[in-house]
Design a protein around this ligand. Structure first.
Ligand code: PGA
Length: 243
């Protein structure tokens, strides 16, 4: 079970330090893996802080090239060098605000895996897709097109995040999550990648996480807003331990 914490563009050193201390005070057996995704400027400090804990760290994005004249960007090998084990790729906020399409996302997946990172690849339909009844086709196409030809299944997790559920307080209902996760699992099976964890993300909170984690095809959650508050993320983690 994976509890992934996407801090997005939130937190400064002091508040991040306090949050991680509170998270580390909860002892978490191997059954649950916590991964935090701080903003780039915090990675060095937080990396030092989590060294003696079970918490892993990742970047929220990386460039598709290993190095070069790309002002403002960060490469996967830089993330690995500073202690990241993971990177989020293809989050809907990157797709939307940075115009990232499936082709560049697939290149980033390759770059990240080549640098030794595990990839949390995000896919999900928009509200418009949902209303027009095309969610399944959109999500499966996004998944197929966002994966490079050569992918290391040992370094991959998929996060199904309906865009309309992100940051809205309105999570997808359990039947919809279960249906989409089953379709994603069938796609992965058919692609000879049967053991890849599939997470749900989008308004996961302490009061809905037990139901979501109780769905057989859900292997964890990607949490945004609720991962910024120690009591919330510790409650979510404790509930994951009880599943
Ligand atoms: P949210 O964000 O939990 O605040 O909805 C989830 C995400 O964007 O990963």
């Amino acid at each position: 079970m994976i509890i992934a914490c996407n801090w997005k563009m939130n937190m400064k050193r002091a508040s991040a330090h306090d949050l991680v201390s509170d998270m580390a005070s909860l002892s978490v057996p191997d059954k649950v893996q916590r991964i935090i995704f701080p903003p780039f400027p915090l990675l060095a400090d937080i990396g030092a802080q989590i060294r003696e804990t079970d918490i892993l760290m990742g970047g929220q994005d990386c460039h598709s090239q290993e190095k070069g004249a790309y002002t403002g960007d960060v490469s996967a090998s830089m993330l690995a060098d500073i202690g990241c084990k993971w990177v989020i790729i293809g989050h809907s906020e990157r797709r939307q605000h940075h115009n990232e399409g499936n082709t560049i996302i697939a290149e980033k997946v390759s770059a990240a895996q080549s640098a030794g990172l595990s990839v949390m690849l995000c896919v999900g339909e928009t509200e418009q897709d949902r209303l027009s009844g095309t969610s399944d086709a959109i999500v499966l196409d996004m998944l197929a097109s966002s994966l490079p030809d050569h992918v290391d299944p040992m370094r991959l997790a998929i996060a199904y995040e309906p865009v309309w559920a992100i940051g809205t307080g309105q999570n997808a209902d359990e039947a919809d999550i279960s249906g989409m996760h089953n379709r994603i699992a069938a796609f992965l099976d058919a692609s000879d990648m049967p053991d890849i964890p599939v997470l749900y993300g989008g308004s996961v909170k302490p009061d809905n996480v037990a139901g979501i984690l109780g769905i057989a095809s859900v292997d964890g959650v990607l949490v945004g807003g609720a991962s910024l508050v120690a009591e919330s993320i510790n409650s979510i983690t404790s509930q994951a331990l009880a599943v």
